[in-house]
Design a protein around this ligand. Structure first.
Ligand code: ATP
Ligand code: MG
Length: 199
């Protein structure tokens, strides 16, 4: 019996390999991607930075804009700036606590200018726009301005957008969209955010 199973397994794997190879052959297009990582679970920003780390590991040039991290200590910035990644962090420390809409709008516009420049820079292979979805939700940056900047970027540049509740326009223009679902999170059991894990 084990022999027959081994034989069946081998046949199944061969079929699977043929199907996968055919799909790999069919994928011929080469272009920079738009990726959206959204949803309520943990892992959106870290996924974005995972891709930046991959790109840096291949000697690619990367730019990062972080929209709501403010002045908090930031492990990704500490590491990646040393490796030559261009880094911009929104100035005010915007969080769900801030109440000064004018100051936040100004700060958002300031960092958005840097993003527009990065989205025209053909030397940048990957641009991460971390938590930009909130700027759309709050109306601090025009959605169509973001769409236009992304759509007119250099053909080989990839753009990663992270944040909860990504607007459907952003999902429409994306090539790859993942939604991270919250199954449980330590914070809900009263556990403090941890250095190295949460920031
Ligand atoms: P990470 O930066 O760890 O990848 P994220 O980008 O998916 O998380 P955000 O919504 O940006 O999540 O929130 C950032 C912070 O909030 C992180 O410290 C993260 O651990 C925490 N967090 C993420 N999801 C949840 C959740 N469902 N409940 C409570 N805290 C969360
Ligand atoms: Mg995040």
């Amino acid at each position: 019996m084990p022999n027959q199973n081994t034989q069946q397994h081998k046949l199944r794997q061969q079929k699977l390999k043929q199907a996968v190879d055919a799909r790999i052959d069919a994928a011929k297009q080469e272009k920079g991607l738009v990726l959206v990582i959204t949803g309520n679970g943990k892992g959106k920003t870290t996924s974005g930075f995972g891709m930046v780390a991959r790109a840096v590991g291949h000697q690619q040039q990367c730019g990062v804009a972080q929209f709501i991290k403010g002045t908090w200590d930031n492990g990704e910035k500490n590491l990646l700036e040393q490796l030559g990644v261009e880094f911009h962090v929104m100035a005010t420390g915007f969080t769900w606590e801030t109440q000064d809409k004018n100051a936040d709008t100004l700060a958002a516009q300031e960092i958005w200018k840097q993003c527009q420049r990065m989205l025209q820079d053909s030397l940048l292979d990957v641009v991460l726009l971390d938590e930009i979805t909130y700027m759309v939700t709050y109306g601090y940056i025009e959605l169509e301005e973001i769409v236009a900047a992304i759509e007119s970027r250099p053909a080989m540049q990839s753009v990663i957008i992270t944040g909860r509740a990504a607007h459907r326009r952003l999902i429409e223009i994306a090539d790859t969209v993942s939604e991270v679902r919250n199954v449980k999170h330590a914070f809900e059991s009263g556990i403090k955010a941890r250095k190295g894990i949460d920031w």
